[in-house]
Ligand binder design. Structure first.
Ligand code: FAD
Ligand code: AKG
Length: 357
């Protein structure tokens, strides 16, 4: 086992309440954002992130990092909206601060285009992004195959910068990081008071969740600094997302495809589709290919579970299954998981107080 970071060990508590030990399994976007949120909101917790993959080798490293919600059919829409709203507000505050460049967060304007006008012209997130409006006929002239479009300004994370920034925030808050694979959550029993499961697709094996499946996504990262607006085809099949260090061109959505290798035909296809929307991309250079597996579930799982083995209990807070929308909702789900940790710790306090009586 490698101790990645020794800095910031938590000091002995001065108060009467014991320090609670929290293990977060998962070193991707969801694990780190949840660990940061817990360490910031619950100062009487010592937080350790345990994972076998870190940036630049996580799913989020492949992602464009756009804030544009995906629908989770079995999560109530009000909850999805709240998660998106909380994430947008949190990142907008960072974007409007001196931290923006280090955190890799910037505003980005552009268009979502539809072949025909949809029934829902104003999606549930229209009042959260900035300046949402229907595209004018003059704007639509750029896209002769599309009859309708929505223009808005949203946020985009440079995924690797943001992941590194989250890792630094955790270290500043006294959190620790361990590089190892957990084969059974019970390995952590006795070492931690609460386990937070942010293992993404790993939850399939770790907690036997067969509702979770991969949706393979291939993208290209290219240099084309003259492209400054995003373009997204409404079904998410094709997109062009200019960022701080490259333009991300997508994509593919291949259900139950576990291949992490790139596919040259798919790359050519992505480039052709993007060039059809933005012909100047024919001059794009320094093209690299990337693949990630979206940890997809019909509902994001943010809930408490108490695992039982004989007379032993292991409290676990789950936070996984963000599919193709992790960047868009991660801070909202991190906050919700943090509330669940807080409740659980309060109940542990209650039971230890009772035990002392
Ligand atoms: C091509 C592509 C483009 C995308 N674009 C966007 C976008 O523009 N906007 C958006 O909102 N979302 C986007 N996404 C989705 C987003 O990237 C994901 O929702 C998000 O990265 C998932 O994060 P995660 O932390 O849950 O999973 P992961 O990044 O996969 O992290 C899982 C972590 O758990 C660890 N782990 C798993 N099992 C174990 C174990 N047994 N022991 C120890 N560690 C374990 C892994 O090592 C890893 O650290 C995109 C995804 C892809 C693939
Ligand atoms: O869907 C989008 O437009 C953003 C990219 C994404 O989330 C994805 O490819 O999963």
């Amino acid at each position: 086992m490698e101790q990645r970071h020794n800095k910031g060990l938590v000091s002995v508590p001065l108060g009467l309440m014991p320090m609670r030990r929290v293990a977060v399994i998962g070193g991707g976007l969801v694990g780190f954002s949840t660990a940061v949120c817990i360490s910031k909101s619950l100062p009487r917790c010592s937080v350790t992130v345990i994972a076998d993959k870190f940036t630049p080798n996580t799913t989020g490293d492949v992602a464009a990092g756009m804030l544009i919600p995906h629908r989770y059919p079995d999560t109530p829409i009000e909850q999805q909206k709240r998660w998106f709203q909380e994430t947008f507000s949190y990142l907008l505050t960072i974007c409007n601060s001196a931290e923006a460049a280090d955190a890799g967060i910037h505003l980005l304007s552009g268009w979502q285009i539809h072949q025909t006008a949809p029934e829902e012209k104003f999606p549930f997130w229209a009042d959260i992004v900035l300046g949402f409006r229907i595209m004018s006929m003059a704007e639509l002239e750029k896209f002769p195959e599309h009859q309708f479009g929505q223009a808005f300004t949203t946020l985009k994370c440079d995924s690797q910068r943001y992941l590194r920034w989250l890792e630094s925030r955790l270290r500043e808050n006294g959190g620790q990081i361990e590089d190892r694979k957990i084969t059974d959550v019970w390995e952590l029993h006795g070492h931690y008071d609460v386990i937070v499961n942010c293992s993404g697709l790993g939850a399939r094996a770790l907690v036997g969740d067969s509702k979770l499946h991969p949706v393979r996504g291939q993208v290209l990262k290219v240099q084309a600094p003259w492209v400054t607006h995003f373009i997204r085809v409404s079904d998410g099949s094709t997109y062009i997302y200019p960022g701080m260090s490259s333009v991300t061109l997508g994509g593919t959505r291949q259900k139950d495809d576990w291949r992490l290798s790139t596919d040259a035909t798919a790359s050519q296809n992505i480039l052709n589709r993007c060039c059809a929307l933005e012909p100047s991309l024919k001059k794009a250079y320094a093209i690299t290919e990337h693949v990630g597996l979206r940890p997809t579930r019909s509902a994001i799982r943010v809930e408490k579970e108490v695992l039982l083995r004989g007379s032993y209990q292991l409290p676990v807070i789950h936070n996984y299954g963000h599919g193709g929308g992790g960047f868009s909702v991660h801070w909202g789900t991190a906050r919700e998981a943090t509330h669940l940790v807080e409740e659980l710790i309060a109940s542990l306090r209650g039971s230890s107080a009772k035990a002392k009586l």
